[in-house]
Write a protein that binds this ligand. Structure first.
Ligand SMILES: [Zn+2]
Ligand SMILES: [Zn+2]
Length: 104
């Protein structure tokens, strides 16, 4: 399970990381093996699903300012990203967004 050259982490605008330098609690994608705990993810990997441990609200695309957290067990079990969270926008606005995205 050697991984001599880890891929470069994508340069995302700074999400502050808690300052523990230990890698004892590394959490990685089982499909592409990037370190989610290091804020790495792979673009085309369904298990990464477009983010590492947190993703901007999937309903409104982050307009509400909320982030959803990765559900690790489900993501691993199904090799597909699962997120836990809710949209902070009023329900009316959420419905509009959802309906608009269905039509496209
Ligand atoms: Zn992945
Ligand atoms: Zn939202």
């Amino acid at each position: 399970m050697n991984n001599p050259t880890p891929p470069d982490p994508p340069s995302l605008p700074g999400i502050p990381q808690p300052g523990s330098a230990s890698n004892a609690n590394d959490i990685r994608c089982r499909s592409c093996h990037v370190l989610w705990s290091q804020d790495q993810w792979t673009k085309d990997c369904p298990e990464c699903g477009g983010a590492a441990m947190e993703i901007a609200c999937l309903i409104c695309g982050g307009k509400c300012g909320r982030t959803w957290k990765r559900m690790l067990m489900d993501s691993w079990d199904e090799s597909q990203a699962h997120w836990l969270g809710g949209c902070g926008l009023p329900e009316d606005e959420q419905k509009q967004i959802i309906e608009a995205s269905r039509q496209s």
